[in-house]
Ligand binder design. Sequence first.
Ligand code: SF4
Length: 428
Amino acid sequence: MEKQTEPRRLSEPEPLQAPYFEHLDQLATTLSQKSQQQLVFSFREYNEFACTQCGLCCTLPWAINVSKAYYEQWNAHWNQHPDEKYHNPFIVLPNAKDHDFAAIRRQPNSHNCIFLTEDMRCTIHAELGEEALAKVCRRYPRTQKLLPAPYAVRYMLPSCEAVPPMYIAENEVFVHWEEDLNLPAGGFHANTPPGELVSPLMHRWIGIVLDVLADPHHSPLQSFARLSFALNYLQDLPLPRIDAQALRRIYRELLNHLQQPADIPLIPRSQHRQSIEWFLGLVGHRIAPIRAYYQGLLSGELPWPELAPDEQVLLNRFMASYLRRRLITMSYIDVFFGRINLYQQFFAMALFAQALQLFAIQARAASGGPLQPEHLYQATNQVESRMGQRRQWLKEQNISGLSPQECIDYAITSLSLDFGTTQWIVDD
Ligand code: SF4
């Protein structure tokens, strides 16, 4: 449903403090008394971004949808344009709604928007100014996750080429309060059934995630895999018993668990074959050099890539920022009852992280090495445009058919291939 009023900011963004669980536990407790208020997570880059007008986002195969009001405002204008290629610029959607009414047409035999010129400029922007752009074009890559919950996230989509470089520069999470009159009056927080993370339980879960990722003794992929401890714990609880107390208990157990140094099994290289095969399955037949490279690694024709310590530092720093943003912004709305639950999201996110790493390692090999930030940026753009912004992707992978235990086990297998550490790879 489209929002009626814009939320009103009640406080300035402040850095979230570690230990994150404790800070968020305290904020979530306050939140349960605040009707129609929500806690907004954001990253610094959201407010500091400036579009480079590269035009690349106007060539990708995602929907550029406009509202009915936008369609009615501009359809006649473009139909009278002296250049006929701009006539009939919109295709009305089969299930058109007021806020999601029509899609901007593409150029023949391409994903390029019809308003994109040969020198990658936008005709709407050039002739009518930024104000005439559709909302999605004006906002991209800024986006926000607004949920029917006391929780929102403002972030940047890393499918835009200007965004990944900001990940290395900035990793801090900010929080502030907003009043949102579109939320149900009377405060629904207290009425949320136990077990649904749409309640303030979600904040506490995010606190657990951020504390696990901040563990300095493990690589980001290892830390991500260690979240399986919390998921196993959660899996054993009946839904009505998943409440704030249960999450506090999980957090305490997890802290003890994280202090044990050697709980990560050494993974034989044969299991890395599975990670690479899943990745090749995701990539499909479309990217021949990537397939050729990994098939060469699997057959032993190509040497196994070994990253130098400073390359590992770069990879881990970027991966930590990526996972931090990805795990805060993933959809927690239907984690137990919906199309894809928390465990399935965990596995999907493991595949995303692994794909990012493998795209970057291939880019490093193609360049002759060493690993550069550009390899990570390109890899992020690849992952996000191919997987992150294609709604069909989760369906195609049939992840919604997996049990919680399968998701946890598969995620650990996928994450076992980790170029960010030398401690976790052994030969068969
Ligand atoms: S309308 Fe302009 S900004 Fe929007 S996708 Fe088309 S070319 Fe890009």
